[in-house]
Design a protein around this ligand. Structure first.
Ligand code: ASP
Length: 331
């Protein structure tokens, strides 16, 4: 909006507020008041402890470029490049064949989105997902096709060598080679990030190396629009972490956003979806973690998980901090 239009809108708003007794006055006043009390913009939210560093970068990027899309891309790139991460990026745990394969998605509030899955040798799958969104007529590219597209886009291929810690853990796992997911131990640690700028524009990103020792070719929720990530600027944004299969079965992130569309708060919507997920995944739910975080366009936010242990990072104008999520089950 031009400064002039902003000014006119602002003056009209102020003059309406000064006219007592009109319905419009009441509505506008209520909206302003509600926003001041319950939500803050801009706001960046991301999953788990690694979210702190990612939020920091996202905040800095938002300030520099003014783009919430740039912010959510640059933010999670920090985690993708972090040699200490065993659950995001190429330093992550491999699949059962000893190969690291990555999934990522990115989405804007206007519905534009891109994703890549089962991709190898790419340091920043989130950037590749953005290139799919911006430079192809498609939404999703998989495996070798995604890798070929990365080469065509001038992205370098990394050598396929496991991080020493990942290799050691993999060799140990090979001794029994049994796939038995255990909550919050087997690194259900995707980074999902959602953000809203000062004008209410939203974007989100989600990137992961997926479940450790997954079957070769397995794709989780993170690159699936509606499961691991969903954004709609009319409403809000949500992202997921945890056992991807349980999240896909309920179209988790889409459902969170749809519940917010019906008037539910981000917290309420996350709680309802975790309840639905438990209903649909009764078998073995004791050993399955899943969690959601969400923000609406007013900057209200929430998060909820199946089991204790989930946390998320929140960055607003008052700073960057971790928040423990509530969960359906107790310790
Ligand atoms: N959601 C991811 C997946 O299923 C894993 C995770 O969050 O750790 O691939």
């Amino acid at each position: 909006m031009s400064t002039r239009r902003k000014f006119i809108k602002q003056s009209l708003l102020t003059s309406t507020l000064l006219l007592p007794g009109t319905i419009r006055q009441g509505t506008v006043f209520f909206r302003n008041k509600r926003q001041a009390v319950t939500g803050r913009k801009p706001l960046i939210l991301s999953t788990w402890n690694h979210g702190l560093a990612a939020n920091e970068k996202a905040w800095e990027t938002l300030n520099q470029t003014g783009s919430i899309l740039d912010a959510v891309e640059e933010g999670v790139k920090i985690t993708e490049a972090d040699p200490a991460s065993r659950s995001v990026g190429l330093y992550g745990f491999p699949d059962r064949e000893g190969i690291v394969t990555l999934d990522a998605s990115i989405m804007k509030g206007d519905g534009d989105c891109g994703s890549v899955c089962f991709v190898r040798q790419i340091k920043h799958p989130i950037t590749l997902a953005r290139k799919v969104m911006e430079n192809t007529p498609h939404v999703m590219l998989a495996g070798e096709g995604a890798r070929q597209f990365a080469i065509a886009q001038g992205m370098p291929l990394e050598e396929e060598v496991l991080h020493p810690e990942s290799e050691e853990a993999y060799l140990e796992w090979l001794e029994e080679a049994e796939y038995r997911p255990i909550i919050n131990i087997e690194n259900h640690d995707t980074i999902g990030m959602v953000g809203v700028d000062a004008d209410g524009n939203l974007a989100g990103s989600c990137t992961t190396s997926g479940l450790a020792y997954k079957m070769h070719g397995r794709v989780g929720d993170s690159p699936i629009i509606g499961a691991g990530l969903y954004v709609d600027s009319d409403v809000g944004a949500a992202t997921a972490t945890g056992m991807g299969e349980t999240i896909i079965k309920v179209c988790g992130s889409f459902l969170v956003v749809e519940l917010m569309r019906q008037g539910r708060s981000p917290q309420d919507a996350c709680e309802e979806v975790v309840g639905r997920l438990i209903e649909k995944n009764k078998d073995g739910i004791e050993d399955m973690q899943a969690g959601f975080i969400a923000v609406n366009k007013d900057g209200e936010y929430g998060g909820y998980a199946v089991h204790p242990g989930f946390n998320f990072a929140v960055h607003d104008e008052s700073g960057n901090r971790m928040q423990d999520s509530k969960s359906r089950f107790m310790d």
